[in-house]
Design a protein. Structure first.
Length: 352
């Protein structure tokens, strides 16, 4: 990975200022009322919805257990991921992503404008996925993102596909619970994902860092999609900023759990009833770390705006509509072109 980027030292925004605390945990939610078919108590599901709503409102982050995703799939994707990232840079860069197709491999040395201390391999959940050709609002041309096919390990694509199928089911289940917690119909969000969704699965590799106090695996950020479902290995590193006081909280590891966080799209759909949480990843000098986030993204033609059921004279719309596909392409394009100013955010669509 090379030396620590001097920008980490010069720009305090991109390095940890405070040590995280584990004094408080994010909520841990048992999904067995909806995954265990032997349980049919309506009150259990009602209690689960309330738990989800409370976690979304107070944290925007929670962990789920008894989620129904087979453990073997997580073991398989971790094994395949370790095999892929253990290769030489020369081999990994044979499947590098580029400006035409954003799926594939990249690392911090190869992509100079990315300061995160990590390597990544991205794949779309639906291969191919339809996306706009450019972020230009007046350009209606479309293109496709397709998945890379590394020669090694030979089963990587199939392993990812099997994992995505189950993680996607979990994502839709959680979106139904979130909808119910907002007082909406359970299937309210389904229309945005039923056709041509643009969801992405990412394999993250965080190498050991010689100066972990000067670098971050991923700097403070909020996820731009609807929902993120994260699996990770046995090395801690994910931290969330507590809304109450801005303190960074280290998320404790629970075997075979998934870490869930809301994205900006849910914040807009809910008209700020729920907020997308800020989080980051720290690195260390002793242990490498692997994680596997599934980013639930809607179809590219989706117009993202507060849902009409959650808007009223007393609670007017807080955001102007934006086209998801254009927003997504704008964000990804900054990986290949140096941006002059701040990257596009939902705050740019906020009604003042």
């Amino acid at each position: 990975m090379g030396e620590v980027d001097p920008a980490f030292i010069q720009d305090p925004q991109h390095r940890p200022k405070l040590c995280a605390t584990e004094a408080e945990e994010i909520p841990v939610i048992d999904l067995s009322p909806v995954t265990n078919h032997a349980v049919s108590d309506p009150s259990s599901i009602e209690g689960l919805v309330k738990e989800i709503g409370s976690a979304c409102k107070e944290w925007g982050f929670f962990q789920v257990i008894n989620h129904g995703v087979p453990l073997i799939l997580r073991q398989n994707i971790e094994k395949a991921s370790r095999m892929f990232f253990a290769q030489s840079l020369e081999e990994k860069r044979k499947v590098c992503r580029d400006e035409r197709n954003a799926m594939g491999y990249y690392d911090t040395e190869h992509t100079k404008n990315v300061r995160d201390w990590k390597e990544v391999f991205d794949s779309v959940a639906q291969d191919p996925s339809v996306v706009p050709l450019t972020p230009d609002e007046h350009d209606d041309r479309l293109t496709y993102w397709t998945n890379a096919s590394p020669q090694y390990p030979p089963h990587l694509r199939d392993t990812i596909k099997e994992y995505v199928e189950q993680t996607e089911k979990l994502s839709f289940m959680l979106m139904e619970l979130i909808a119910l917690s907002l007082g909406l119909e359970a299937k309210r969000f389904e229309e945005f994902f039923v056709k041509d969704q643009t969801s992405i699965i990412r394999l993250n590799y965080y190498p050991t860092c010689p100066s972990p106090h000067l670098a971050l695996g991923v700097g403070p950020h909020k996820d731009v999609g609807a929902l993120t479902v994260l699996a990770q290995d046995g090395v801690a590193g994910l931290e969330v900023k507590r809304k109450a006081d801005g303190e960074w909280i280290r998320i404790k590891l629970i075997p075979n759990s998934f870490i869930i966080n809301l994205g900006d799209i849910v914040q807009v759909w809910s008209n700020d009833a729920y907020e997308s949480p800020e989080h980051r990843v720290v690195v260390n000098s002793e242990k490498e770390r692997f994680s596997y986030p599934f980013f639930l993204f809607p179809a590219q033609e989706t117009e993202v705006k507060p849902l009409e059921e959650l808007v009223s004279d007393q609670n007017p719309s807080k955001y102007r509509p934006y086209k998801w596909g254009k927003f997504l392409i704008h964000r990804f394009s900054t990986n290949f072109k140096k941006r002059e100013g701040e990257n596009i955010q939902i705050l740019h669509y906020r009604i003042k």
